[in-house]
Design a protein around this ligand. Sequence first.
Ligand SMILES: Cc1cc2nc3c(=O)[nH]c(=O)nc-3n(C[C@H](O)[C@H](O)[C@H](O)COP(=O)(O)OP(=O)(O)OC[C@H]3O[C@@H](n4cnc5c(N)ncnc54)[C@H](O)[C@@H]3O)c2cc1C
Length: 125
Amino acid sequence: MEKFDCIVIGAGPAGFSAALTLGRARRKVAIIDNGTNRNRVTQESHGFLTRDGIKPQEFKDIAIKELASYPSVSFAKETVIEVNKDDQRNLFLVNTSNNKSYSTEKILLATGVQEEFPLSQIRQY
Ligand SMILES: Cc1cc2nc3c(=O)[nH]c(=O)nc-3n(C[C@H](O)[C@H](O)[C@H](O)COP(=O)(O)OP(=O)(O)OC[C@H]3O[C@@H](n4cnc5c(N)ncnc54)[C@H](O)[C@@H]3O)c2cc1C
């Protein structure tokens, strides 16, 4: 099982920023994201200096490209379904929907928030 210094769950602005800082400190980091960021429905995102008006997906693509310069940082498109603590080894065990398991010393939750619509079919409008 691959072992990391930190697993960042969620690749929005928060998770990417954390991973960048950890990568610069040469920590072995995995960012796991399932692409359900709340702002995925919008065409333009405003107010972030140098990226005003950018599409959320373009913002993500740039972040993934920038992080590729840091060899200790990896990105996986998966859903984290379970996190358990191994108290004996003082590690977290992370399981994903692709049946992958990772171990890590630290977990960083950057999962944002999700809308809960009163009617599920409303989302498509
Ligand atoms: C319609 C809309 C328009 C917006 N417009 C603007 C704007 O113009 N300017 C602005 O500054 N802000 C805007 N926002 C707010 C902005 O999107 C949020 O403040 C920002 O995205 C929060 O960043 P985050 O990293 O905390 O979370 P998010 O960007 O939501 O990222 C969380 C990530 O966690 C991942 N995740 C969650 N659970 C799991 C799991 N179990 N396994 C794997 N991955 C998981 C999701 O896929 C997601 O990518 C807008 C929001 C919405 C909804």
